[in-house]
Design a protein around this ligand. Structure first.
Ligand code: ADP
Length: 380
């Protein structure tokens, strides 16, 4: 029976922790690999294997000890995962999908070759090649440069608006994208199991911090028209089927000022844009990921309440042992759900936790979220 399944999870951050909290409800047997035991997932797993998930031998050995391997981060050693898959181990998401997604260049080529809508792009070897293309006139400013690998939370993204911005180009293999006049940023999470069932969550709107490039406010459900909703649902189905993924796929989209809907990027795992689903949807994204990889019936994705999710970020100017100011005041507020990830040290803008606020309507939830943001601070 599935409850005895040993699940290996590469990555022990907060996404891993919340995945384990869902796994614990069904008493699944979980094995996590990451560098330090005191990472968020360390305290809530059955087994913690201290090790580097980019190391081929260590990942292979973990795979040998479990029945299924999954991830909470893309930057893992996929050579080991390919080898395990060839030997018959269930690896979800499939290693070839992780390879495509963790290289933003391959990811964009995937959309192009599958006729999925995304902004126009070109690939370049380094900063010099980009400058040369600008000089020759084959590339025009403005544009968005993205490191092909290892970027996250906006690190690895450089927006070139004027010629002076060329000085700060990242000197790495890059995707250079057409700069989309963005009206709104939307995320939609879908899940697929090996039997081929698909479930799509109601889309959310993401509003970003102007400088930190982290989601400042996530609004569920997104205020979109029925037409936009149906386009996004159709698109999510197409993307899940094109990848033929097993597990969760979080899809970040742009609604452009001209109304077109474009895929920005995807993540094959639980995602920041689905935190609210723990309290705000019938089935959390974490439980849904487990259902999908275990080939169980997928859960109902409907919202139970309008919700706003805000991240608790390390307060600028404070680095050291974390202390939460205003915690009790926020706990006294109705329908305010606080999640602390258990990171002992804070630094500016580090993701230390999140809060989901439920309310009768989105505007009331946003109002309360503003109060929480003013009150709850992570300092030291
Ligand atoms: P990361 O993976 O680091 O989060 P993203 O690819 O999501 O990087 O880009 C970060 C942000 O940069 C996006 O949320 C969006 O606001 C902006 N951005 C990314 N690509 C484009 C684009 N082609 N046009 C305009 N803005 C973009």
């Amino acid at each position: 029976m599935f409850v005895n399944t040993r699940i290996g999870i590469l990555g022990g951050g907060q996404l891993g922790k919340m995945l384990l909290q869902a796994a614990s409800r069904w008493d699944l047997n979980t094995w996590v690999m990451d560098k330090e035991f005191d990472f968020p997932a360390g305290k809530v797993t059955n087994q913690f294997i201290k090790g580097d998930f980019t190391d081929e031998e260590l990942v292979y050995q973990l795979g040998k000890h479990v029945d299924i391997v999954t991830i909470e981060i893309e930057n893992v050693n996929t050579s080991a995962l390919h080898k395990l898959e060839e030997e018959g181990k269930e690896i979800y998401p499939q290693p070839s999908i992780i390879d495509t997604i963790k290289d933003k260049g391959l990811q964009k080529e995937f959309y192009r070759s599958h006729d999925l809508p995304t902004s126009d792009f070109k690939l370049y070897e380094d900063a010099q090649a980009i400058r040369k293309a600008v000089e020759e006139g084959s590339l025009t400013i403005p544009f968005v440069q993205k490191a092909r690998t290892e970027g996250y939370d906006g690190r690895g993204v450089h927006i070139v608006r004027v010629e002076d911005d060329l000085e700060k180009l990242l000197d790495v293999k890059s995707v250079v994208e057409h700069m989309v006049p963005i009206d709104r940023e939307i995320a939609v999470i879908g899940a697929k199991n090996p039997s081929g069932d698909i479930a799509i969550y109601p889309p959310v709107e993401m509003r970003f911090h102007p400088t930190a490039n982290l989601v400042e406010e996530l609004i569920s459900p997104a205020g979109i028209t029925p037409d936009q909703l149906s386009t996004i649902n159709g698109l999510a189905h197409d993307v899940l089927k094109s990848f033929d993924i097993v597990g969760l796929l979080a899809i970040e989209l742009f609604i452009a000022k001209d109304g077109s809907i474009l895929i920005n990027e995807v993540a094959p795992r639980p995602h920041n844009s689905g935190h609210h689903s723990i309290e705000g949807n019938m089935t959390s994204q974490y439980e849904q990921h487990l259902r999908a990889i275990l080939d169980l019936p997928l859960g109902n994705t409907a919202i139970t309440s309008p919700a706003v999710m805000i991240n608790i970020l390390g307060e600028p100017g404070y680095s050291g042992e974390a202390y939460y100011e205003g915690l009790e005041t926020c706990l006294a507020m109705d329908n305010v759900h606080i999640h602390l990830y258990g990171k002992s040290h804070t630094k500016p803008f580090r993701k230390m936790g999140h809060v989901t606020i439920l309310a009768e309507d989105v505007e009331s939830a946003r109002q309360k979220a503003r109060e929480v943001r003013k009150t709850l601070k992570c300092k030291c």
